[in-house]
Design a protein around this ligand. Structure first.
Ligand SMILES: Cc1cc2nc3c(=O)[nH]c(=O)nc-3n(C[C@H](O)[C@H](O)[C@H](O)COP(=O)(O)OP(=O)(O)OC[C@H]3O[C@@H](n4cnc5c(N)ncnc54)[C@H](O)[C@@H]3O)c2cc1C
Length: 441
């Protein structure tokens, strides 16, 4: 595995029963488990590989309201508070800091878009500051360039992807619940039409509730139980550099390249939106649903290779519950980083911020970003399988809103007042072939 990740010890023995089983130990699954455990439920969290090893350790770490689609903004705002509260509640360190996010641009249309978003965000009580050229140039002084303008969002922040999901899992274990790594869920059992058990590679857990928080694997799992979930993923490649460039902003976005300070004072470097499309059987199946998304994003996408087909996460195959499944053959989805993107990203970052030339590359990796057709996650109970809750398709924004999503899932399960209006997230919208509005950013 190429991506930095803190490893944790977890339980070996599966419980025979649980009040809820969470399938997937990414940021969404661990936070869902955490909020359920805190409400006194007995939870079993299953992860086929290692906690946090897929998208949740591979991202930039941005926890942002800035430029969020209206449907996700309330969850983003609540999540920032929850990131802070989690540290206070548990003493575990996710690396979260409200360091503010800086956006710089020389493009009038981009600046106008940000100004429109600032006006909209103001109506939702979110403060973000447009920067004129003087202020943008001052904040971007490490680049030595003059900037036309920018945005600074002071209440946004970053957390550390290499330690966030493991920190939440550690808190769950401390609270006495069970977390199981190297344990894939193969499917579910139903009794009188309701979910009654989760079948794993190590045995069956009786439970009335299961949450499918399996990231890029969610749709193929859902297919086994007759649930149609349009989902497709893009391979995105990024790198990290060592500490040594200390005059840089904590988190900076430009059209050319973006940087994020890591907990070790090194930086993650990436080009926003850039990715490769590795064709898969599932992508072909849902191709028509993704046309609006593709039309919006095609400029930053390039064709990929056969790796996605081989890795099995977007298979259309049916599998048996008493034999190894694609999830056990691919414990950790660790796609090959795209060398040309890594080189270009590093070149652009060093050209933009010369002090980065004092650092060296420490790692390069890729991740499959799982997306829905409208770029908004699918979260909610599936009517055809009562007790089965889908929580996937976080479309490149799921790390920052992981705490809010987890909280909402716990609210749905326990019947508590929902943290945010759950309706924009409900998977029912995927039933119709009609194209929804693609998320703005
Ligand atoms: C390069 C990159 C940059 C990104 N930047 C950002 C960012 O700055 N901010 C942001 O908010 N988001 C960002 N994202 C998106 C974010 O990382 C994801 O939306 C988020 O991590 C999704 O979390 P998840 O828990 O849904 O999925 P994942 O983290 O992928 O976790 C799903 C887990 O489920 C497990 N699993 C699957 N099926 C089974 C099964 N049957 N049984 C047991 N376990 C199973 C998998 O092994 C995996 O560990 C980025 C993503 C990438 C790849």
């Amino acid at each position: 595995m190429r991506v930095p990740l803190q490893k944790i010890e977890t339980n070996q023995t599966l419980p025979e029963s649980a009040d809820a089983v969470i399938i997937g130990g990414g940021i969404v699954g661990v936070f869902a488990a955490y909020y359920l455990v805190r409400r006194g439920l007995k939870v079993a969290l299953l992860e086929k590989g290692l906690i946090g090893a897929e998208q949740s350790s591979r991202n930039w770490g941005w926890c942002r309201q800035q430029n969020r689609d209206a449907r996700e903004l309330p969850m983003a705002t609540k999540s920032l508070d929850l990131w802070e509260r989690f540290a206070a509640e548990t003493g575990e360190d996710t690396g979260f800091r409200r360091c503010g996010l800086l956006y710089l641009s020389n493009d009038d249309a981009e600046l106008e878009g940000w100004a429109r978003w600032r006006d909209f965000a103001g109506t939702a009580g979110v403060t973000t500051h447009m920067l004129d050229s003087t202020k943008a140039t001052e904040r971007g002084r490490a680049s030595g360039r003059i900037w036309k303008g920018g945005v600074f969002s002071p209440s946004d922040g970053t957390a550390d992807p290499s330690r966030a999901a493991p920190a939440v899992a550690k808190a769950i274990v401390k609270l006495g619940s069970s977390v199981h790594q190297n344990c894939a869920a193969r499917g579910i059992e139903t009794t009188a039409g309701r979910l009654s058990a989760v079948v794993t590679e190590r045995g069956t857990i009786r439970t009335p509730v299961a949450v499918m928080a399996g990231g890029a694997w969610a749709s193929s799992f859902c297919r086994q139980i007759g649930i149609r979930f349009p989902q497709a993923s893009i391979r995105s490649s990024i790198l990290s550099v060592s500490a040594g460039a200390d005059d840089l902003p904590d988190a900076l976005h430009t059209a050319d390249v973006s940087i994020t300070r890591r907990s070790d004072n090194g930086y993650t470097l990436a080009i926003s939106g850039r990715g490769r499309v590795d064709p898969t059987p599932q992508q072909l199946r849902f191709a028509d649903q993704f046309v609006p998304m593709f039309l919006r994003r095609w400029r930053s996408l390039a064709p990929g290779g056969a790796e996605g087909w081989r890795s099995g996460h977007e298979t259309l195959a049916r599998w048996r519950l008493d034999a190894p499944t694609p999830m056990e053959r691919m414990r950790i989805l660790d796609p090959t980083p795209d060398r040309s993107t890594i080189e270009l990203t590093h070149r652009r970052a060093c050209a933009l911020l010369p002090s980065l030339t004092k650092t060296s590359i420490t790692a390069a990796w890729a991740g499959y970003i799982d997306s829905t057709p409208d770029g908004v996650p699918g979260i909610g109970e599936i009517a055809s399988v009562p007790g089965f809750i889908l929580a996937a398709g976080f479309s490149g924004h799921g790390f920052g809103i992981g705490p809010g999503a987890g909280h909402l899932i716990a609210d749905i399960i326990t019947g508590a007042e929902p943290l945010v209006d759950p309706r924009p997230y409900h998977p029912n919208r995927f039933k119709t072939a009609a194209w929804g509005k693609v998320a703005d950013f």
